[in-house]
Design a protein around this ligand. Structure first.
Ligand SMILES: Nc1nc2c(c(=O)[nH]1)N[C@H]1C(S)=C(S)[C@@H](COP(=O)(O)OP(=O)(O)OC[C@H]3O[C@@H](n4cnc5c(=O)[nH]c(N)nc54)[C@H](O)[C@@H]3O)O[C@H]1N2
Ligand SMILES: Nc1nc2c(c(=O)[nH]1)N[C@H]1C(S)=C(S)[C@@H](COP(=O)(O)OP(=O)(O)OC[C@H]3O[C@@H](n4cnc5c(=O)[nH]c(N)nc54)[C@H](O)[C@@H]3O)O[C@H]1N2
Ligand SMILES: [Mo]
Length: 698
């Protein structure tokens, strides 16, 4: 099982990026960082603050369980909540064991559901759900992982609002380089000249948040000139005629004014898009964080479909998945009451079976519609990730109980009553599954412990299982890591011993298959075997029935930017377009900013600004600058570069945790972002299309 490809799959683990760990000898910097949390801690000083006393695990878990049961008794189970971040749900055993039976992906966390609480929150409130679920479900009835660019066979690859060079690990970057090597053309649409843009045949800098307008203009050009897949649009789409009428307003001239992309370039893009059937597109977070996030992603998928690139070689293939049959407890979310956020974002809550954390402050601070009083945060950094840090600080401070489970002190821990030390993956016994790496088959692998847990740290799974036991339902969760793995794999045709003996990935299924082309024509996409798609109408829903049902605009319309150059008065005071959070190689959101060898790669948080905008402000590369928005300010270093579209400032995200080095610790980008400004469909905050001013600090 140790051929090159499997090796590549193994590299997919976030923290194993580029590291090989001989068992027993590994000492990645993160494991032995002097800042690792080693013991359970109980608050001994005022909030906010980091005064804690070491206590035993028994005391910590007993006291936390007692507090939960007391609050439940006094206020009902719905006042107890969890928040899971990106830190913890790549631990596959943990994710599988605490996932409701009917949900494939996602991070709905069932730990407190047996108590009767529907309030499972996650970082899905502002990551992935918009792109991965809401957009694709409302157009073709399946999740995004089932539609994938056939990079290996494309003549042209568009990279539109993603940067595969900073993925972890950069699998798609390797695929792109190979494609480029065999002569495929690469087109990048991004406000930043990313590494893929630098090697591309064409870089189209675009004004952040306006992609929808460009997509509609391209759709209009293609329709006008008959460059559409006629059979597909006439037989298999819903809302095509309405959409054709709608896009008439997006002349190249109008789209150019909105997007800052030259008219000639728009025409050229339409030509490239229709130059071959073998054109694919890679996209991700670049389109999510604008007022038109979900709709722009829908419009993009739709543009590829109507121009004949759907499920053909070299285009966007529709894939079949056979999930690995893993076991899990059958805990389902309670029907009543609805989770927090349901009143404002019911579509999000129904699809994710979770709460919407943007409404958490209203719940905690105003008791509207009811009050959350206890929160367990696992593997997340809310105060660096959510917009309007001060609002979330007030909310965390107002809780009757806050528990943080992490490897390091976070900004959230300043408000915690208990902080529990979690192990890294190196210290856990668990498993990993690889069902989604294309084109490899499905594999499962035992995650062997490579280092003994440092201090008293325990795995996330064990911490939660032991808490469940104290809450009275420990029988749902095996109480050791080995028993957990045995439980999860019980329906597979292999044993724990087989996995241990294999000492590497074991193949358990065929993995994602592309199969025949244009599967909708052959009844391969619907459970009833009829031609069409897995949507309420059975069509490719340009006009979405689901969105209509939830009171949203069914067509994938462009939504005007709420805070942009169009706001004349505001634009005078804040004349630069603000975007944030383009990923960098050395950091993992708020993580790794305390790991010296990684910090050296970029010791300070940066704001990227074009020389044209820097010069009149007297800003030189490396200067300290203040980024000011209508809501607040934050200080960073200027990176003066022509690798950004003039008029736009890209501001690093991730700064703001107490363990970080000085150049990042106070540089929290979410001091300037806006909690109220959202994509109305997903409720995602608009992180990438706001306004700011940049001032040199003398
Ligand atoms: N090394 C590293 N890897 C990571 C992470 C990390 O922090 N560090 N984070 C992980 C997480 S949580 C996520 S969600 C993923 C994100 O994965 P990606 O979506 O690939 O994230 P980025 O690398 O930021 O690429 C997004 C690109 O979109 C561009 N963009 C911004 N606004 C717009 C816009 O309005 N229109 C267009 N067309 N483009 C725009 C940005 O400039 C950027 O180049 O990465 C994951 N991988
Ligand atoms: N302005 C702006 N804000 C943004 C974004 C942006 O682009 N711009 N991006 C958004 C996105 S896409 C995301 S995903 C969020 C960030 O989402 P978060 O999930 O908050 O991500 P991190 O900052 O990486 O915080 C993860 C925490 O988990 C801890 N951790 C890591 N592994 C483990 C583990 O195995 N167990 C436990 N218990 N803890 C662990 C880390 O130490 C860290 O404190 O930020 C969002 N916020
Ligand atoms: Mo994310």
């Amino acid at each position: 099982m140790r051929d090159g490809r499997i090796h590549e799959i193994r590299g997919r683990e976030d923290h194993l990026k580029g590291i090989t760990c001989p068992r027993g000898k590994a000492s990645p910097d993160i494991v032995h960082s002097p800042q690792r949390l080693l013991h359970p801690l109980k608050r001994s000083g005022p909030k906010p603050g980091l005064n804690f006393t070491e206590i035993s695990w028994d005391q910590a878990l007993d006291e936390i369980a007692a507090r939960i049961l007391k609050l439940k008794g006094e206020h009902g189970p719905e006042c107890i909540a969890t928040f899971q971040g990106r830190g913890s749900f790549f631990e596959h055993g943990m994710a599988q064991m605490f996932r409701p039976p009917k949900r494939g992906g996602g991070a709905t966390f069932t730990l407190f559901m047996p108590l009767g609480s529907p309030n499972a929150f996650s970082v899905g409130t502002l990551c992935f759900v918009s792109y991965g679920l809401l957009a694709p479900l409302t157009i073709f009835g399946r999740a995004m992982r089932t539609i994938q660019p056939d990079i290996e066979n494309s003549d042209v690859i568009f990279i539109w609002g993603a940067n595969p060079a900073t993925d972890s690990p950069p699998i798609d970057m390797r695929r792109l380089k190979k494609a480029k090597g065999r002569g495929a053309r690469i087109v990048v649409i991004d406000p930043l000249k990313t590494a893929p843009a630098a090697m591309a045949d064409m870089w189209i800098p675009i004004r952040p948040g306006t992609d929808g307008a460009l997509i509609h203009a391209l759709a209009r050009l293609c329709m006008e000139e008959g460059r559409v897949d006629r059979d597909f649009v006439s037989e298999f789409t819903l809302g095509y005629d309405q959409y054709r009428d709608y896009v008439q307003r997006f002349t190249p001239e109008k789209a150019s004014a909105i997007t800052w992309v030259e008219e000639g370039k728009i025409r050229e893009l339409a030509d490239i898009l229709t130059s071959s059937s073998k054109v694919s597109v890679l996209t991700y977070t670049g389109l999510e964080y604008s007022n038109a996030g979900v709709q722009s992603i829908r419009a993009l998928l739709n543009l590829w479909a109507i121009t004949g690139h759907l499920d053909v070689e070299g285009g966007m293939r529709l894939l079949d998945f056979k999930p690995i049959p893993l076991n899990r407890p059958s805990i389902t979310p309670p029907d009543h009451p609805k989770p927090i956020g349901y009143d404002r974002h019911p579509f999000f809550c129904d699809i994710t079976m979770a709460g919407h954390f943007m409404e958490f402050p209203r719940s905690v601070l105003d008791g509207d519609p009811y009050r959350i009083r206890f929160l367990l945060i696992g593997g997340a950094s809310i105060l660096t990730g959510f917009p309007d840090k001060a609002l979330f600080e007030r909310s965390l401070a107002a809780l009757d109980g806050l528990v943080v489970v992490d490897r390091f002190m976070t900004a959230d821990a300043l408000y915690a009553d208990y902080v529990l030390p979690a192990t890294t993956y190196y210290e856990n016994l668990s498993y990993v599954q690889y069902p989604e790496v294309i084109p490899a088959p499905s594999h499962i692998q035992l995650r062997q412990r490579v280092v003994e847990p440092v201090g008293e740290a325990r795995s996330d799974y064990i911490i939660c299982a032991q808490l469940a036991e104290r809450l009275g339902y420990g029988e749902l969760f095996p109480q050791t890591e080995e028993e957990m793995v045995r439980y999860v794999i019980k329906d597979l045709p292999l044993t724990f011993e087989d996995l241990a003996k294999a000492d590497g990935p074991v193949r358990v299924g065929p993995g994602p298959l592309a199969g025949e082309e244009r599967k909708w024509e052959k009844g391969k996409l619907r459970r009833d075997g009829k031609p069409g798609f897995n949507t309420p109408s059975g069509k490719w829903e340009i006009a979405s029935s689901l969105l209509k049902k939830y009171g949203h605009e069914p067509l994938p319309v462009y939504v005007d930017i709420q805070e942009g150059p169009e706001n004349g008065e505001l634009f005078v005071r804040f004349p630069l377009v603000f975007t944030s959070g383009a990923r960098i190689q050395s950091t993992f959101r708020s993580q790794h900013l305390n790991i010296p060898r990684l910090v050296r790669m970029q010791p300070c948080a940066q704001a990227h600004i074009h020389p044209r905008d820097a010069a009149p402000r007297g800003i030189l590369d490396g200067d300290s600058v203040r980024i000011v928005s209508p809501r607040g300010r934050v200080t960073m270093r200027a990176r003066v570069t022509d690798g950004i579209i003039p008029g736009v400032v890209e501001v690093n995200m991730g700064g703001g945790s107490p363990v970080q080095v000085e150049g990042w610790r106070d540089a929290n980008v979410n001091l300037v972002t806006d909690h109220g400004n959202r994509d109305s469909i997903s409720g995602f905050p608009v992180f990438k299309a706001l306004l700011c001013q940049v001032e040199k600090i003398q």
